[in-house]
Design a protein around this ligand. Sequence first.
Ligand SMILES: CC(C)(COP(=O)(O)OP(=O)(O)OC[C@H]1O[C@@H](n2cnc3c(N)ncnc32)[C@H](O)[C@@H]1OP(=O)(O)O)[C@@H](O)C(=O)NCCC(=O)NCCS
Length: 184
Amino acid sequence: MKNKYIFKSKRLGFRTWKGSDLEEMTLINSSKEVMKYFPNTQTKEHTKQFIAKMNKSFEQNSYCYFAVDILKTQEFIGFIGLCKQIYKSNFTPNIDIGWRLSSKFWNKGFATEGARACISYATENLALEKIISVTPAINISSENVMKKIGMHKIGIINHPLLKNDKKLESCVLYEWNFAVHKIT
Ligand SMILES: CC(C)(COP(=O)(O)OP(=O)(O)OC[C@H]1O[C@@H](n2cnc3c(N)ncnc32)[C@H](O)[C@@H]1OP(=O)(O)O)[C@@H](O)C(=O)NCCC(=O)NCCS
């Protein structure tokens, strides 16, 4: 396929979503291990809606949670990217950077490499002032990605969408200001 990837990092390719991603992303979204820090796993129908929403976001904004492949093997590993968040809180509306990978591909540095590539893509192609990232305080692997790429910790917040879950409600909030922060 011509211009399959919107951008690449050393090991990864970032693209919009295609029909054949549905089965594999559904496996990721329905895994209790992957979704440990979410209130629920997600069904194939949720995943279908998610994929449609991401492609629409890319059409409108030139960003989305990108589908990510390993360049060498062409394996699909999950998503890393940017998404507009409009739920009501004192830190939204905003654009967040997020990641969700199949557990087969954890602990290989892919999330951190991909997050850095997304920030470089945004720096070069999108006129954004800042982005944020939020994760339950107990999701240490996700917070570690924020720390490793050089995001700035704003503090701990109570997440309005996780009010009914005492384990998940307390979240860390990080920020990336394009005028100030440098990729580490
Ligand atoms: C959050 C998530 C994406 C993190 O993935 P991850 O693989 O742990 O993250 P990283 O890319 O930072 O890789 C971690 C480890 O890979 C190791 N690694 C192996 N090979 C590497 C390489 N070539 N380069 C860099 N690191 C490498 C590193 O040791 C690193 O661990 P360290 O930072 O403690 O040294 C993953 O746990 C996930 O998908 N979780 C489920 C979804 C989720 O919770 N998303 C966040 C919701 S807010």
